[in-house]
Design a protein around this ligand. Structure first.
Ligand code: THU
Length: 160
């Protein structure tokens, strides 16, 4: 037996204002998308904004369904839209923000496991890291320089 230790790196910012203006603007687009989410069942709205290397920005929000598993998270709505609209473009940054209709979320909320798996597919496809910024409704922002920091043991095409 040989123990294996895997470390992940994150950066924590006390507020959005500490980040570069371009990232603040991207997060503002995530806020706008978040507030347009269709989340009547969970009352939990999520918005994602993706900056592509062709200077386009794609946004997405969670879309719920009366048949609960048929709904889709904001991050996957956005990344699949980006992949469908600009299949050749590379994703540089994704900004994510959440807002609960029930209580104030002031701590960073990372993407769920299924979204991490969807996002890492594109990181592998484009052969370059996707930088992730995530936050609550307000407060601290966390930054990961790769999806692999959120999902260290990836399942990808190399195993098929
Ligand atoms: N949700 C997202 O949009 N992204 C995540 O990473 C986690 C969860 C959505 C799904 C559902 O509509 C609501 O948040 C509550 O789980």
């Amino acid at each position: 037996m040989k123990p294996v230790k895997i470390t992940s790196n994150f950066e924590v910012f006390d507020s959005l204002e500490e980040l570069p203006e371009a990232i603040q603007a991207l997060m503002e687009k995530a806020f706008e998308a978040r507030d347009k989410a269709y989340a009547p069942y969970s009352q939990f709205k999520v918005g994602a904004a993706i900056a592509l290397d062709n200077n386009e920005t794609i946004t997405g929000s969670n879309q719920e369904n009366a048949s609960y598993p048929s709904g889709l998270c904001a991050e996957r709505t956005a990344i699949y839209y980006a992949g469908a609209k600009y299949p050749e473009a590379k994703v540089q940054n994704i900004a994510i923000s959440v807002r609960s209709m029930k209580h104030k979320v002031e701590t960073p909320v990372p993407p769920c496991g299924a979204c991490r798996q969807a996002l890492v597919e594109y990181e592998v496809k484009q052969e370059s890291e996707i930088i992730v910024y995530f936050m609550g409704e307000s407060g601290q922002v966390m930054k990961a320089n790769s999806i692999k920091d959120l999902l260290p043991l990836i399942f990808d095409k190399s195993t098929l």
